[in-house]
Design a protein around this ligand. Structure first.
Ligand SMILES: *[C@@H]1O[C@H](CO)[C@@H](O)[C@H](O)[C@H]1NC(C)=O
Length: 151
């Protein structure tokens, strides 16, 4: 009896590990910051790493808009990418969640989209002067909001 129970526990564990490792497809980024500007909306393209049929939705239609990556089409229920546009003009930090639902498996992937006003930018580089003809070395941009929070 004990032996059978051990085998069934083993089978259950193997199934869980298999289910987790089989979940290979996911979004290109888990989290993204979109700065808010009065004059225009900032955009970011979210992609699922596997091709397929995904239905996109968001928890906050007042903050962001989901647009079809092909400007001629409306966003369909079967797209592996979406353009996220920060439409809010509210001068404060907010978070919207974007969901991509796999239409075949029903699996849902998510990305946290943070919209915030960027008060200052600080470019960190070891080369202090950039010359027009030279390709700049890789540099890092640090963005701070009005409370000095770092992104
Ligand atoms: C973002 O996309 C919208 C809709 O396509 C467009 O009107 C807007 O100009 C884009 N913003 C930028 C910064 O390119």
């Amino acid at each position: 009896m004990a032996g059978i129970r051990k085998i069934s526990v083993f089978v259950v564990l193997t199934t869980i590990v298999y289910a987790v490792s089989g979940q290979s497809s996911k979004l290109n980024v888990p989290r993204v910051l979109l700065p808010i500007f009065k004059e225009f909306n900032t955009n970011f393209t979210l992609k699922v790493t596997d091709e397929g049929c995904y239905k996109w939705s968001t928890s906050r239609i007042d903050l962001i808009q989901l647009i079809s990556p092909n400007p001629e089409n409306v966003l369909s229920d079967c797209s592996s990418s979406v353009v996220v546009s920060a439409i809010t003009k509210e001068q404060s930090r907010n978070t919207a969640i974007v969901f991509a639902e796999d239409q075949t498996s029903g699996l849902i992937f998510r990305c946290d989209v943070i919209v915030d006003v960027i008060a200052s930018l600080n470019i960190v580089t070891t080369t202090r002067e950039l010359f027009m003809e030279e390709a700049p070395e890789a540099f890092e941009v640090q963005a701070y909001d009005d409370q000095g929070r770092f992104h």
